[in-house]
Write a protein that binds this ligand. Structure first.
Ligand SMILES: *Cc1c(COP(=O)(O)O)cnc(C)c1O
Length: 420
């Protein structure tokens, strides 16, 4: 992988034809270190957030050699980079073939389940192995998360005790655990504590001994208009929640961060192929790495990457991707100088998680180049950049006006809005 000091150096040296994933390996290293230093938990990287080989390599080099995988393809990918990695198959619904291959061919011993049928399936597909670690995925409330991950998976609190008992009974020499996911981009540390209280109640009701408490993913990153609390508040909430749970001193704490390990580690460099008013037609889009910008309308931060600074005011744009589908539209608003034109390059930041990972080959687009850069990400949870990116990026002058406006006491309108 070639390294450029700045994205602009790449544009200067060779205007890339295809979109480029601009990667910042140091961000991954710093994030991996943060989790190991600050959370008293085994860290399993959720591969689905970004299955790029370089990420797995950097994680392993920096002490994270455990992975939350959800498919045979992810298992094979991780094994090909790190033959001795710890793998946990954390998808609550797996095919018999996948369970069998994971166990027999790839040495996977840890499997998650959220139903009695899945428990039976795992036992049958592994020949009732006595070295299985079985983890019960519990449904918990997803208040405070941008993406709920509890709609599809997780045993409900009333059905949990029976499943916990059955799973405890099925575990022989291995470990029995519980897991949950508070939802992705969780903005409230207290959500973890609340989930642990709920899970603790089910454990008590079931009267089982639990070897592993896995708090899942959900740790946030920085996006325009979303300023998460400091990650240390998440660690504190999880440690408090763990202390209150009816578990023993030998019970292990695990976590499965995806987004927080990789979000700031990649941005995407795109080219403007046409401008129509406030619409920019780019060479990357919804079927490429901008899925969330389309379907969740996330206004990712943007920068013009042009030789010689633009002196124009910033104005809001929307984007279209390269395919012929009208869904291939990103409403933004994305803030860029007023004089953006065809042939300009734009860096879209904070795309490391659920960015490149979402890319399809629809309509013949979707292929990316990859290059490393050495500048800071646009926002950071780890002190590499500010922990806030303004929603509306304005010129310095407009910004100054805005501060004055925001600092005025809120009137009735503001109060009404808060109550809604
Ligand atoms: C997606 C997922 C994760 C990672 O979630 P983030 O919000 O990216 O941290 C972790 N565990 C499971 C089971 C998941 O499905």
């Amino acid at each position: 992988m070639h390294t450029y000091q700045l994205p602009l150096d790449l544009v200067r040296q060779r205007s890339p034809e295809r979109p480029v994933a601009l990667v910042r390996p140091r961000s991954v290293a710093v994030a991996a270190q943060w989790f190991q230093d600050n959370l008293k938990a085994d860290v399993f990287y959720a591969v689905k957030a970004n299955p790029s080989r370089w990420i797995i390599e950097v994680l392993v080099e920096n002490g994270v050699n455990a992975f939350d995988v959800a498919s045979l393809a992810e298992i094979e990918l991780v094994r090909s980079v790190s033959p001795n990695a710890r793998l946990a198959f954390m998808h609550p619904v797996k095919s018999r073939g996948a369970i069998k291959a994971a166990y027999a061919d790839h040495g996977v011993r840890t499997f998650v389940l959220d139903s009695h049928d899945e428990l039976d399936k795992i036992l049958e597909s592994t020949g009732h192995a006595d070295d299985l670690n079985l983890i019960v995925r519990m449904g918990v409330s997803a208040d405070g998360a941008a993406y709920s991950l509890s709609g599809k998976f997780g045993v409900s609190p009333d059905q949990a005790p029976a499943l916990l008992q059955a799973t405890r009974h099925a575990v022989k020499d291995g470990q029995m655990g519980v897991s949950f996911h508070v939802g992705s981009q969780c903005m409230r540390p207290s959500a973890y504590e609340a989930a642990m209280t709920q899970v603790g109640r089910a454990i008590k009701k079931a009267g089982v001994f639990v070897d592993i408490v896995d708090v899942g993913g959900g740790f946030p990153s920085v996006y325009p208009g979303m300023v998460p609390p400091d990650l240390s508040e998440y660690a504190d909430a999880i440690h408090r929640g763990f202390n209150e749970m009816p578990v023993s001193e030998t019970t292990e704490l695990w976590c499965e961060p995806g987004r927080a390990l990789v979000a700031e580690a990649s941005s995407v460099l795109c080219r403007v192929d046409l401008r129509k008013g406030d619409a920019l037609y780019l060479n990357d889009g919804s079927y490429g790495s901008l899925f969330d910008a389309t379907h969740s309308r996330w206004p990712f931060p943007t920068k013009l990457v042009r030789d010689g600074e633009s002196s124009s005011e910033l104005k809001p744009y929307r984007f279209y991707g390269p395919t012929c589908d009208s869904i291939d539209h990103m409403p933004g608003p994305f803030w860029l100088p007023a004089d953006v034109q065809e042939g300009d390059f734009i860096e879209i930041g904070m795309m490391g998680a659920y960015g490149v990972a979402m890319s399809t080959g629809f309509n013949g687009y979707g292929e990316h180049e990859i290059a490393a850069v050495e500048d800071a990400p646009m926002g950071s949870m780890y002190g590499l950049a500010p922990r806030s990116i303004p929603t509306v990026r304005t010129t310095a002058e407009e910004n100054a006006r805005k501060v004055v406006r925001l600092s005025r006491p809120k009137g009735k309108a503001g109060q009404r809005k808060r109550k809604r």
